[in-house]
Design a protein around this ligand. Structure first.
Ligand code: HEC
Ligand code: HEC
Length: 282
């Protein structure tokens, strides 16, 4: 019989047999005792419907079994099954963290080609549902990632404001400048702050530089966001801008871009999708 080879089954079977034998023996003993009981001794004095009670001390065996049961219950609760046990959730978490470590060490120093390949994979799974497989935003349902960081977007942000990314300075109010002013500031951000940018309105860069004083209050004179108090404009649209969007999410005039900061993507996967998204607008 196969199941008898299992120690637990065997122990259980032996335990069950012992319990049955003990029960039969003890019950037999008491039946006999009831039949010819000639009990004598001191009564407590109380009677219940004529039945008296001997004032005998607690049987030692019973007391020991009672204490033993308490000790066993404590052992069982603390060291036995409920606390110190195998848990599927624990095993799952352990396996995920082992896997993540293996994954990160395997891709510790990815080259550009590796990042692009991995980034495309991540993009198609995580981002394409909203931004579309081409990244164009499915007719305005999400941001058009092929036109990130354009001057037009900066103008739109200045006119409409920006909120929801969780920066310490909170919301950026709408309408800080009118359309002409915003266009000039955008030209300065693209061609003055960003090192290699080329504005469509080079003649407005100087005017934009003056107007940037309005923005410098929060974004800093160098546009770098004053140590994380507001987003950096010096790299608007670039890779670390994408990293910030993934970290904070983005709530704007189009809708809500969810944050990806819950461990769904590892660091190298974020770098990869950033590299890939940046390539979309090159
Ligand atoms: C009162 C402080 C404040 C002022 C003044 C301000 N901003 Fe902002 N700006 C912010 C904050 C805070 C955010 C991020 C808000 C969010 O989306 O959660 C932001 C976001 C932006 C963004 C979007 C960046 C991104 O990563 O999405 C752009 C572009 C921008 N600001 C440009 C400007 C320009 C240009 C000016 C000057 C006309 C300006 N800001 C003035 C506080 C300010
Ligand atoms: C649930 C839909 C959704 C998913 C999934 C999503 N996005 Fe977005 N994303 C949006 C929306 C909507 C916006 C526009 C927010 C706004 O109104 O400014 C946006 C904006 C962005 C922006 C800012 C563009 C700009 O110039 O302001 C970037 C970058 C971005 N997403 C990258 C990604 C990446 C990378 C992924 C995948 C890891 C992703 N998104 C997944 C909906 C989504």
């Amino acid at each position: 019989m196969n199941w008898l080879n299992d120690n637990v089954n065997l122990l259980t079977l032996i335990g069950a047999a012992v319990i049955i034998i003990l029960t039969i023996g003890i019950v037999g003993k008491y039946i006999k005792q009831i039949k010819n009981d000639k009990a004598t001794g001191e009564l407590t004095g109380d009677t219940w419907d004529g039945v008296g009670e001997f004032s005998n001390p607690l049987p030692t065996g019973w007391a020991l079994a009672f204490l033993g049961t308490i000790a066993w219950a404590l052992w069982y609760a603390l060291m036995g099954y409920p606390v110190g046990t195998f848990s599927q959730i624990g095993q799952y978490n352990q396996e995920v963290s082992d896997y993540t470590k293996r994954f990160e060490s395997k891709w510790a120093n990815p080259d550009h080609e590796t990042l692009m390949g991995m980034g495309e994979g991540v993009f198609l799974v995580q981002c394409a549902p909203c931004h579309g497989v081409t990244g164009e935003g499915m007719n305005g349902k999400a941001a058009d990632l092929t036109k990130r960081g354009t001057e037009a977007l900066i103008v739109k942000t200045v006119l409409k404001g920006s909120k929801g990314q969780g920066y310490p300075l909170g919301e950026m109010p709408a309408g800080l400048l009118d359309k002409d002013g915003a266009t000039a500031v955008a030209a300065y951000i693209v061609q003055g702050l960003a090192k290699d940018g080329k504005s469509k309105h080079p003649e407005l860069v100087e005017k934009g530089k003056t107007l940037f004083a309005t923005c410098a209050a929060c974004h800093g004179a160098d546009g770098k966001g004053m140590g994380g108090s507001a987003p950096s404009l010096a790299n608007y649209g670039k890779e670390n801008f994408i990293a910030a969007v993934l970290e904070h999410g983005k709530k704007g005039s189009i809708g809500i871009m969810p944050a990806f900061n819950d461990g769904r993507l590892t660091k190298v996967q974020k770098d990869a999708v950033g590299t890939y998204v940046e390539s979309l607008s090159e």
